[in-house]
Design a protein around this ligand. Structure first.
Ligand SMILES: C[S@@+](CC[C@H](N)C(=O)[O-])C[C@H]1O[C@@H](n2cnc3c(N)ncnc32)[C@H](O)[C@@H]1O
Length: 203
């Protein structure tokens, strides 16, 4: 791993994800979590302060050891957190063992996103929920052109982030039924800010 990936990228990730415009999304998505929660790609732990007391345990999974070290330093409201250094493509948890899986701006980056989503489905209880907020493919042709054109270079500088992933169909193709979804642009450059926020259940 080079110095850019190992040292600079985790700091850039932390800095960019601190954007205050993301807070309302975090409040809504994380605020809906309950029970035993698995957070995929917890990064530097920016969601941790948003969990409410109806969450019994947080399993915070993250493959990058530097981001995980930052997450360990974040204070939450006293909920027990188990940090897991692992990738979403191979979640080291039993089948049907979590109530909620949370993913916030990670499906854009995970290399094997289809495998990761099937892993999320595997560990969810049958009545469990996937809560998500992700940026992804825009419905607007002009914006999509930019997303497709920028993604090859963007991936290289941003640690593998794709601007053009079709988040809704990725979730559905992994065997989830969407309960609720809202889409739209956040303020900022359109190729980077088309958001998908919602919840889904294993079918
Ligand atoms: C844009 S950051 C989002 C971090 C965090 N979810 C947040 O909301 O601040 C993308 C995250 O996905 C993580 N990631 C990348 N590949 C992954 C994988 N294979 N499995 C799980 N997480 C992964 C990155 O390490 C990073 O923490």
């Amino acid at each position: 791993m080079g110095i850019y990936s190992y040292v600079i990228l985790p700091r850039l990730c932390d800095r960019s994800m601190r954007n205050e415009r993301l807070h309302p999304y975090r409040e809504r998505v994380i605020g809906a979590a309950e029970g035993r929660v698995l957070e995929i790609g917890c990064g530097s732990g920016l969601n941790l302060p948003f969990y409410r007391p109806r969450v019994r345990e947080i399993l915070a999974l993250e493959p990058d050891p530097n981001l995980l070290a930052m997450a360990r330093r974040v204070e939450n409201s006293g909920i027990h957190v188990n940090f897991i250094e692992a990738s979403a493509e191979a979640i080291p948890l039993d089948d049907r063992s979590v109530d909620v899986v949370v993913t916030t701006w990670t499906l854009c980056t995970i290399p094997g996103s289809a495998v990761a989503l099937s892993e999320m489905r595997r560990v969810l209880k049958p009545n469990g929920r996937l809560l998500f907020v992700e940026h992804g493919l825009s419905p607007d042709r002009g914006v999509r052109w930019w997303q497709d054109s920028l993604t090859p270079i963007w991936r290289r500088i941003s640690g593998g982030c794709h601007l053009n992933r079709p988040i809704r169909s990725m979730i559905e193709d992994a065997g989830f039924g969407i309960d609720h979804i809202e889409t739209g642009y956040m303020r900022g450059p359109k190729p980077m800010t088309f958001m998908y926020e919602g919840s889904a259940r294993p079918k």
